[in-house]
Write a protein that binds this ligand. Structure first.
Ligand SMILES: Cc1ncc(C[n+]2csc(CCOP(=O)(O)OP(=O)(O)O)c2C)c(N)n1
Ligand SMILES: [Mg+2]
Length: 402
């Protein structure tokens, strides 16, 4: 369901080609149609869905046109993206367990939200991720092995953001939505017709930074899409602790549209994000997309979700698996055969091997690097902490003269 803006409809002032020609954002129709069919009350808010969990394609008058021309080859491409991303993620989790990474934040279950939205972006668009956007990084062409250095503690990022228009991972919850908004305001002033997409989570929606970025982007009509992956949990806090209304409805109060999409449906995520990016490009301002999905694994490898959630919840979401539903669709439509799946399996294994080898070839982290770059001229308290840490390290039986 889409909440249409009731506030300012003013267009981005200078430069945007689409704004200059006064072209109507194609997606606006999608939004209105979705609103017209919105369900209320006990049935809950309507999800935009194009593929059911059983892999059946369902019609959607508003959003079908955004995937109307998709070819079997492109559908197989989306499937391949999701399978390889899941394989990479599983490898990274295993590498953390083997002591090769300090931490890993798994995207398991969120492949469709990330691949669908990531593939909707254009090369000249700019992406501001959190720390979990491994699938979006994949779509942007960031080599997966580059994502691992920071999690091993050997660098502070691992890639050049401007090479792929994909910012570094951001750990400070919600802050990247402000960076994205500022960037979007800047490219609008430059007259570019590209767009910006900011990723954040359900937990981040409670941050002041996110509210501020909604306000600024709305009043400046900034070309930004806010893509919220509502994976139901912010570490151990459920979404009910973040909001009393469905998250997509927040946009209404700021004066721009919000839409809830089935985050486990890669086609729907592709279509809705394309619509939102087109709105941004044509000068119609921000959109909030809430991708309704589920974090199948732990928050990070340091977390134990069995302490705060029930197995049956996970089981219910397993039945909505994003990869399985596209496979069912591909098979039923005869768009993929056994040979395709077998080749992809081999490609997945090769990716896993490449990732393992790359991580093992990385240097060990310098345990004392954390004390550098805190203050330009040093600080007595940091010196004290460094000395304490050195003593702690030296207390181990196998200490190597630290
Ligand atoms: C400003 C800030 N506060 C707290 C934290 C600690 N923290 C790390 S992840 C997280 C939960 C984020 O949940 P959500 O936004 O739903 O994203 P998800 O991890 O589910 O993808 C918190 C509170 C942080 N990194 N930054
Ligand atoms: Mg979350």
């Amino acid at each position: 369901m889409t909440v249409e803006s009731t506030a300012a409809t003013s267009r981005r002032s200078a430069g945007s080609k689409a704004a200059a020609t006064g072209s109507k954002a194609a997606g606006g129709t999608g939004g209105r149609t979705a609103r017209a069919t919105a369900k209320k009350g006990a049935e809950g808010p309507e999800l935009v869905q194009l593929l059911t969990p059983e892999g059946k394609r369902v019609k959607n008058a508003g959003y079908d046109k955004y995937v109307a021309g998709i070819t079997p080859d492109e559908l197989r491409g989306l499937y391949r993206d999701m399978v390889l991303t899941r394989r990479f993620d599983a490898e990274a989790t295993a590498l953390q367990r083997q002591g090769e990474l300090g931490l890993w934040a798994s995207l398991l279950g969120q492949e469709a939200a990330q691949i669908g939205s990531g593939r909707a972006t254009r090369e000249d668009d700019y992406v501001f991720p959190t720390y979990r956007e491994h699938g979006v990084a994949w779509c942007r062409g960031v080599d997966p092995t580059n994502l691992l250095g920071m999690f091993r503690g050997v660098n502070n990022g691992g890639w050049d953001p401007n090479s792929n228009n994909f910012q570094l991972y951001t750990i400070v919850i919600g802050s990247q939505t402000l960076h994205a908004t500022g960037y979007a305001m800047g490219i609008a002033k430059d007259g570019a017709d590209s767009a910006v997409i900011a990723y954040f989570g359900d937990g981040a929606s409670s941050q002041g930074d996110v509210a501020e970025s909604f306000t600024f982007s709305a009043v400046y009509n900034a070309p930004v899409v806010f893509f919220c992956q509502n994976n139901q949990w912010a570490i151990s806090e459920p979404t009910e602790k973040q909001t009393r209304v469905p998250l997509y409805q927040r946009a209404q109060g700021f004066g721009f549209p919000g839409v809830r999409v089935d985050g486990n449906d890669v086609l729907a995520c592709l279509a809705v994000t394309k619509w939102a990016l087109e709105r941004a490009r044509s000068g119609e301002g921000p959109t909030l997309v809430e991708a309704f999905t589920y974090r199948m694994g732990a928050h990070t490898t340091s977390d134990d979700p069995t302490r705060y959630r029930h197995d049956d919840e996970r089981a219910a979401w397993e039945a909505k698996d994003p990869i399985l539903r596209l496979r069912r669709y591909l098979e039923a439509a005869h768009h993929a055969d056994e040979e395709f799946f077998a080749e992809l399996e081999a490609e997945s294994e090769a990716l896993g091997k490449r990732v393992r080898e790359a991580v093992r070839a990385m240097p060990d982290p310098d345990h004392f690097a954390i004390f550098e770059n805190v203050y330009a001229d040093g600080h007595a308290l940091v010196d004290e902490e460094r000395a304490q840490f050195a003593a702690y390290q030296a207390s181990f039986a196998d200490a190597e003269g630290v």
